[in-house]
Design a binder for this molecule. Sequence first.
Ligand SMILES: Cc1ncc(COP(=O)(O)O)c(C=O)c1O
Length: 420
Amino acid sequence: MAMTDFWHPFADMAQVEERGALSLVRGEGAYVFDDAGRRYLDATASLWYCNVGWGRDEIAEAAARQMRELPAYSTFGDLTNPPAEALATRVAHMAPVAGSKVFLTSGGSDSIDTATKMARRYWQLRDEPQRAILIRREKAYHGMHTAGTSLAGIPANATGHGELIEDVTEVPWNDAEALRAAIERDDPERVAAFFCEPVIGAGGVFPPPPGYLQAAREVCREMDVLFIADEVITGFGRTGDWFASNRFGLDPDIITCAKGITSGYLPMGAVIASPAVAEPFFTPGAGLWRHGYTYSGHASVAAAALANLDIMEREDLGGRALKLESALFDALAPLADHEMVEEVRGGVGVLAAVNLRQDLVAEDASLPAKVGGACREAGMLIRPLVGGALAVSPPLVIDDEGIAEMAEAFRAGLDAVAAR
Ligand SMILES: Cc1ncc(COP(=O)(O)O)c(C=O)c1O
């Protein structure tokens, strides 16, 4: 048994100690290597984030250059630094709503906490303090801070810690009329915001039903409820544009993002507020908004983000993602014939899931982890999710060969477990 002082996130630590851990030491493009030199196809871009792929020296150099000058300094109050300014301007220009303002955070969960407080504070500044209800969707994942845990539509993630944030309502993930009914039931005058992942990620990779996002956006507009697009996964190229909101013609009041903004080379998140949402905060007399993080606008992280966005632009990784989305889905779709598979989902962005048969998962809840383990033995890292889904979201630099390799390793993993 290998004892460890490192308490892993989202882990059964007794099991980690019993079975040991996989130590990854190096990455190159769409591949990572363990401490024994074994190569793995990184079919998930780690946790959906390494959009530009591994081994990008220019990001490391940009961060190192900034660290030698001034690694970081507070941006509270009137303090600022050039990389944070440049990044905010750049991200504001990528956003679907012109004139947006960008609040920088340390990651996706920070962004969700910030958006929650921003939405409620917005209504207070607008003299409607009774608007406090937050609406989440079934299957939703919005990170694991207190707000995100309360907004979890994955029951296993939402329970076990008592009541966290009050005034949260859940709606079906795929029905805009049910959203309208829920707002009417709660009282439209009391609802602050609706949180929406354009493609549901950790809940199992569910692309939006055709027309759903636009219809939900319209319901929010009609009811004067803030529409918050959680683009932590879907932003920065993964769905073929800077944001899925651009692609689907949405004009969210608030966008939360993280991950692809730096491709994970350093941790960062952002909240993009439309001019209408930002306006009451920027109005003379609004006063100090008592919210922010030590590392909001961290100069070295912002420098890394800028270098990352340079790569995305230069290599048109958004355009590449659009081509990859059908290639990925076409390669994985035949796995639906496998005796252990119920369905294959994908087709919007470089995101897909192979869902195991529900009856098999009901019989053995560890089945997805077993298939994940067998795929690892076949040289590929994938991610088991709730409901028996096995998710893939490779770096956007993966090529046709890598995609074919992914489909083969998937089948090898499924076959190995089926044969046991
Ligand atoms: C849609 C969504 N929102 C928020 C988060 C939380 O981000 P982080 O883990 O960086 O805090 C995630 C993380 O996977 C996510 O997928």
